[in-house]
Ligand binder design. Structure first.
Ligand code: PBG
Length: 343
């Protein structure tokens, strides 16, 4: 074997093949790798999505997302205080609405005292400096699990937009800094902007779920908010076809024209090409959502001992930055912030 290797080294003149260029030189030591690193990941790039439930003192594990819990408002406030202390700039809230409050029209979405609005007020009072992002869509509130109203068996776009605009104003009035419509109805960003402006909520930002795909990777999320077993059919008439990339540019064009302050791509890792294309084309503040299924895959693989959890977390989040994302919504945000502070 040794002789074979020596013979090969004779056969190929690597020095002349490379002509003096050797890319490994810059990789030879940690100091050098740090010096030539093209992108960085910091706590400032993280948005932590979390699930809230009714009650007091509740920490309810999400079975499909080991390590993620649904928290009652008091517990959420404590967790968010810690997130703020770790330098995480913003959190995104998702309510698990009690089944008894869900109906055909998602009426609870317009209750100014609903779970998410109460959570907003409590968080703003206790941790005023963290950015508060709320989800606008009807699926946590409907008995059929869809993001919009059903009229004659179809998801009715314009009727849904009316409700989403009102839902946005209610959430912003409760203290949300950023409204994040995740419903994928056409025209909702413009309608929400108009409604916020009319309510003199001129500074409330809109983070549009711009390119949100009809994805299998949302499964654990639907478990977490309790809409999974309720969902009838699929969301393919409003969420994007995973086969389409150029269409995401059209979605972005509309959202930006309608007044979006930030755009987002979802899911994350399987759609990095879309992140790159949006950032490259529009130069907007661009975010990616490492969704529940992506979390579950890494968590499950790590639990099975087939990959190193901490390294996989940082590598996956770093990949979003390399693809052009300004920040990442990730259930790993507290883990990542902890790991990055040890760096
Ligand atoms: C629904 C919504 C979903 C997610 C965020 N908002 C799921 C869906 O569209 O069914 C998914 C987030 C995740 O999987 O982590 N409005």
């Amino acid at each position: 074997m040794k002789d074979d290797a020596a013979a090969r080294a004779d056969r190929y003149d690597v020095r002349s093949i490379l002509g003096g260029v050797r890319l490994r030189r810059n990789r030879k030591a940690d100091w050098s790798r740090r010096l030539v690193r093209e992108t960085t990941l910091s706590h400032n790039d993280l948005i932590w999505p979390l699930f809230v439930v009714d009650g007091d003192g509740v920490t309810d594990p999400v079975a499909s997302m080991p390590g993620v819990n649904r928290l009652s408002i008091d517990r959420a406030v404590e967790a968010i205080r810690q997130a703020a202390d770790m330098g995480i700039p913003a959190v995104a809230l998702f309510p698990n609405t009690p089944a008894s409050l869900r109906d055909e029209r998602g009426s609870e979405a317009l209750n100014p005292d609903n779970l998410v609005c109460r959570a907003c007020r409590a968080i703003k009072a206790a941790v005023p400096d963290i950015g508060l992002i709320t989800d606008v869509a009807l699926d946590p509130y409907t008995s059929h699990g869809h993001d919009g109203l059903i009229v004659d068996g179809r998801i009715a776009n314009d009727e849904t937009v009316e409700i989403l605009a009102r839902q946005s104003v209610i959430q912003a009035a409760a203290g949300a800094d950023v409204i994040a419509p995740s419903d994928m109805m056409d025209g909702r960003v413009g309608a929400i902007r108009e409604a916020l402006d009319d309510a003199a909520l001129l500074d409330t930002q809109i983070m549009a779920y711009t390119a949100k795909y009809a994805s299998a990777f949302y499964g654990p999320f639907r478990d977490a908010v309790g809409s999974g077993t309720m969902l009838k059919g699929d969301k393919k008439t409003y969420q994007m076809d995973p086969a389409n990339g150029t269409e995401a540019l059209r979605e972005a064009e509309l959202d930006i024209a309608e007044g979006a302050d930030m755009v987002m791509v979802k899911p994350g890792l399987p759609y990095l090409d879309i992140v790159w294309r949006l950032k490259d084309t529009f130069g907007m503040p661009t975010f990616a959502y490492q969704v529940s299924g992506e979390y579950a895959m890494i968590a499950a693989a790590a639990a099975a001992g087939v990959l190193d959890r901490d390294t996989a977390i940082l590598e996956s989040l770093g990949a979003f930055r390399r693809a052009g994302a300004d920040g990442i919504l990730t259930y790993f945000a507290p883990d990542a912030a902890r790991l990055l502070s040890a760096d």
